[in-house]
Write a protein that binds this ligand. Structure first.
Ligand code: GLA
Length: 381
């Protein structure tokens, strides 16, 4: 892919580019907690996005996407979001740099990648982080990984209309080969934890569906959590977010919140606790316990937070019954994309046969099995 992106750049713009790479991410556990300043446990994967970049003297930026086989130009001194367009990720990031007072000039860029789109591996965060890494190098901006992650998140809010948390760009920027990141989304700092799964491997199962309500439901869930915090302040004046409420206070929380809001808050509060326990169990090699927490996370996301869908429920619930599967749950924002599964190496073929056939019988869709290895975060390549 790197060679393809480099060649496309040379063919189009007749210059040698600088190249950056940023990976997609998985999340082991800790879902829908990042925007409540909670804990998440993601890792970078080996698949990602490559960006080739070089300055030009034209006063306009020329972009080319290999995936879309499409060009796009804009004036770097005057631009605005273009609904649903891939170029928003470039313009969105530049808008952040401008706002922060950084100087840059016009440039050419080619973008290419190998992250399955719509699978929930955060190709958009990888794209933003790859763009940030490339711009920082090209214009000598010395942006820290943390700034790149924060600008990426802001760019997604303002140019893509999703009020996402920090998890995806952070994992893409900070990922370390073979390690998962226990990320504290309040301080935006992390602990690296060896992801040693012994005789087991991580396999994603792509449901190949993406329900259209995903983005609006995401923003609604986030708003529901904020609403709960406002109500809970009457009894818990010291809290800033749901992260500040321990599991031991759930009973009291249930008395204060409506039947609509309580399950959502309960998910966030219990998921934070599960994330800590999962990190501990992985550290000490207690994989069965780790797998059980994945299952509990799915049940909470599906029943309480209501961000699953029938396809993801079917994949997770069927997997729980297959021998050699320690854990399975929906991964990411929800309403489609992948489940993440911890499967015994000797049972992987069997797992794929049984689950593939069952899913196809039920939904007439062949799921895609994606083995994942934990890779290194963003860099100049
Ligand atoms: C999406 C968002 C993340 C996070 C997850 C849910 O991937 O981009 O910030 O909120 O959903 O855990």
């Amino acid at each position: 892919m790197k060679a393809l992106v480099e060649k496309a750049f040379f063919d189009l713009f007749e210059q040698r580019p600088i190249l950056s790479f940023a990976p997609g991410r998985i999340n082991l556990i800790g879902e829908h907690t990042d925007y409540q300043e909670g804990f998440v446990f993601p890792a970078a994967v080996e698949q990602g996005i490559w960006v080739a970049i070089q300055k030009n003297q034209l006063g306009k930026c020329r972009l080319y996407s290999l995936d879309f086989q499409e060009e796009f130009s804009f004036d770097p001194t005057a631009f605005s979001p273009k609904k649903g367009h891939w170029a928003n990720y470039v313009m969105g990031f530049l808008a952040q740099l401008k706002q922060a007072g950084y100087e840059f000039q016009s440039f050419d860029m080619v973008i290419g990648g190998n992250i399955p789109v719509g699978a929930g591996l955060s190709s958009s965060a990888a794209l933003s982080v790859a763009i940030g890494t490339a711009l920082s190098e090209l214009f000598d901006l010395s942006l820290s990984k943390k700034s790149i992650a924060l600008y990426s998140q802001k760019s997604e809010h303002l140019y893509a209309g999703v009020n996402c948390g920090i998890m995806d760009p952070y994992a893409s920027a900070f990922g370390v080969k073979g390690k998962a990141l226990l990320l504290d989304c309040r301080t935006n700092t992390h602990e690296e934890i060896e992801a040693d799964f012994g005789d087991y491997s991580l396999i994603l199962v792509n449901s190949k569906v993406k329900h259209s309500l995903a983005d609006s439901a995401y923003n609604q869930r986030r708003a529901a959590c904020e609403e709960s915090v406002r109500i809970l302040l009457s009894e818990f004046p010291e809290i800033k977010t749901l992260r500040d409420i321990p599991v031991s206070q759930l009973e009291k929380v249930s008395q204060l919140l409506s039947a609509e809001l309580f399950p959502k808050a309960k998910h966030v509060i219990t998921e934070d606790d599960r994330t800590h326990r999962a990190a501990e169990s992985l550290k000490s090699g207690r994989l069965e316990e780790f797998g059980t927490l994945l299952k509990e996370s799915h049940q909470s996301l599906s029943e309480d937070f209501e961000v699953s869908c029938k396809e993801l429920d079917f994949l997770a619930e069927t997997s729980w019954k297959i021998p050699g599967v320690l854990g399975s749950r929906m991964m990411g924002g929800g309403f489609g994309g992948c489940t993440i599964n911890l499967v015994k190496n000797s049972e992987i073929n069997h797992f794929q046969d049984i689950l593939g056939e069952a899913y196809e019988n039920e939904f007439d869709i062949q799921p895609e099995f994606i083995p994942v290895k934990i890779g290194q975060g963003a860099r100049i390549v």
